[in-house]
Design a protein around this ligand. Structure first.
Ligand code: AMP
Ligand code: MG
Length: 349
């Protein structure tokens, strides 16, 4: 398939390019577009055949439901059975933004979107290109991350091209994404509001509006028997080609343990990559050390994380030894992605 790549710097002067993307969406084609979290692989969310193409292009299992992206709060109405007061207040505070909410689905939604579940996930992205594209399409856009399933989510067009060139009709280049991690998925359909996937909007953010919000047990407990409520959380994700071990605990202990482990692995002839932070990177003598950002500003770590994982793959390391971060605020989402990327290979030191 021919993939058209267009660069949009300004949504006003380049309105025509977005309009062309919207035309593609209406024709049932696949359009990759930037959001504030990661790049999305979009199709008309009300067109079953178009949505099926998303699953094929990504190699995504069909039991993993998709998020519908809207450009206004009023679009939600026809997609859901009802909107609670809490949902309304959350939308007002955090939309557009990296918060996905689950609602009881209406009959307008094809089964393929929800993987047969009776809930549907919806969000409004905080990116002007994305909002314009959705508005001009006139339909909700189904859009998972625009990567091959299992690989790190794309935070730049280069990542999208690596994974999906030739498999999608159009890629809209809007520069690097902001947050760098996917949206928070919040389930408001039960008695207690549950975070099914930690993301850009933190537990602390949500507590302002819904003080009784909790994490789904699968996020905080290391027990294989707990089945995540969000089907996507059961798959290995964000995985580098290399093996990966994540070390958590006191920073000094982390650095010392990584150095010891690295020595041991190098002696065995392995090529080691170290995922460090600004505060620690100079303490390693290894050849391949990538800092993901400052421990004092975890948002930068979130922003750089997936790119760093892809960089290690380009450097063909055999194993990545990664520092962990504290489990608070966006650190919870970062550790969730590191846990998945490493296949649960986390060592407390
Ligand atoms: P992605 O499309 O890669 O951002 O992933 C979307 C995430 O939302 C996956 O983890 C899905 O399992 C989750 N999700 C989407 N719809 C639902 C739903 N109706 N119920 C639970 N989780 C959902
Ligand atoms: Mg994804």
């Amino acid at each position: 398939m021919e993939t058209k790549i267009v660069k949009v710097n300004n949504i006003n002067s380049e309105r025509k390019l977005i309009m062309e993307g919207a035309k593609y969406i209406k024709e049932g084609k696949l359009v990759v577009f930037p959001t504030e979290t990661v790049y999305g692989l979009g199709a008309n969310g009300l067109d079953e055949e178009a949505v099926l193409k998303i699953f094929h292009a990504k190699g995504r299992p069909q039991d993993n439901p998709l998020i519908l992206h809207v450009s206004s709060m009023k679009e939600v109405k026809s997609l859901v059975k009802s909107i609670s007061t809490e949902a309304e207040r959350l939308m007002e505070k955090y939309w557009p933004g990296p918060l996905t909410m689950l609602f009881q689905r209406s009959d307008a939604i094809p089964d393929i979107i929800t993987a047969g579940l009776d809930t549907v996930a919806i969000r409004m992205p905080n990116n002007s290109i994305a909002l314009k594209l959705i508005e001009m399409s006139g339909v909700p856009i189904a859009a998972p991350s625009a990567n091959t399933s299992g690989k790190p989510s794309p935070t730049s067009v280069q990542h999208v091209i690596e994974d999906l060139y030739g498999k999608v009709d159009m890629i809209i280049d809007g520069g690097a994404t902001g947050v760098g991690l996917e949206s928070t998925v919040l389930d408001l359909t039960g008695n207690i509001p549950m975070i099914l996937r930690p993301g850009g909007i933190t537990l602390e953010d949500l507590q302002y509006i819904i003080p009784n919000v909790e994490f789904d047990l699968s996020i905080i407990k290391d027990n294989e028997n707990i089945i995540p409520k969000s089907p996507g959380q059961k798959y290995r994700h964000y995985a580098p080609k290399a093996d990966m071990i994540v070390f958590t605990g006191e920073v000094d202990n982390i650095v010392n343990t990584i150095k010891e482990k690295s020595n041991e692995l190098t002696k065995q002839g392995k090529s080691v990559g170290i995922m460090a932070t600004d505060e620690t990177k100079d303490r390693y003598d290894e050849e391949i050390v990538i800092s993901v950002g400052s421990r004092k500003n975890k948002e930068t770590i979130a922003h750089n994380l997936f790119n760093a994982i892809r960089l290690f793959d380009k450097k063909n390391v055999d194993i990545i030894l990664s520092e962990g971060v504290e489990l608070s605020h966006i650190g919870i989402a970062i550790m969730n992605r590191l846990k998945k990327a490493s296949g649960g290979n986390i060592i407390e030191v």
